[in-house]
Design a binder for this molecule. Sequence first.
Ligand SMILES: Nc1ncnc2c1ncn2[C@@H]1O[C@H](COP(=O)(O)OP(=O)(O)O)[C@@H](O)[C@H]1O
Ligand SMILES: O=C(O)C1=C[C@@H](OP(=O)(O)O)[C@@H](O)[C@H](O)C1
Ligand SMILES: [Mg+2]
Length: 172
Amino acid sequence: MKGERDNVILIGMPGAGKSTVGVVLAKRLGFDFIDTDLLIQRRTGRHLQEIIANEGLESFKKHEEQVLLTLCTHESVISTGGSAVYSQKGMTALKDRGTVVFLDVPLANLQQRISDMDSRGLVIDPGETLADLYRQRRPLYLRYADLRINTEGLNVEETATRIAEHWAALQS
Ligand SMILES: Nc1ncnc2c1ncn2[C@@H]1O[C@H](COP(=O)(O)OP(=O)(O)O)[C@@H](O)[C@H]1O
Ligand SMILES: O=C(O)C1=C[C@@H](OP(=O)(O)O)[C@@H](O)[C@H](O)C1
Ligand SMILES: [Mg+2]
């Protein structure tokens, strides 16, 4: 019988590695892999950047919230988009579905990884920088996390291993 809270949910800044680490972790655990960004695209029939550019940030956040509220997976690694934490309702729903893991990456690393801020379609107000976003969001990631992984110095595989170890410990 599958448990109620048997998913692993990755949260964190854009470029933190949620999507990249998520698929490696899913393989490691023998779980399914779900990326909520892809679910938004399939449901709307549009690319994320298109939704943000044509409908605006509030509309994108509503689509994202809808996806978070209607997830009903088991034994899945769920990689969320970085803006998921703006929905309190969505995050509450996620916490009911599994262990929420915050991939904590130093700002300097994120800045190196994200060179395409403008074309990436982030939920960010005009004139705001990645540093502004980091300061604004980090407290939210910490608020909703069941587990924080300090990824400094870890590659994708090592991060997945670290999470898998924590997950195994939680099961015993
Ligand atoms: N140590 C690392 N952990 C995770 N991703 C890394 C790491 N080093 C480099 N990267 C790169 O950073 C990017 C992370 O992007 P992505 O997985 O899409 O993040 P997110 O889904 O959190 O926005 C990928 O291109 C990945 O190859
Ligand atoms: O943090 C953000 O504002 C966003 C992050 C993206 O996902 P990743 O965090 O997977 O890059 C995607 O949901 C959208 O472009 C908005
Ligand atoms: Mg992603």
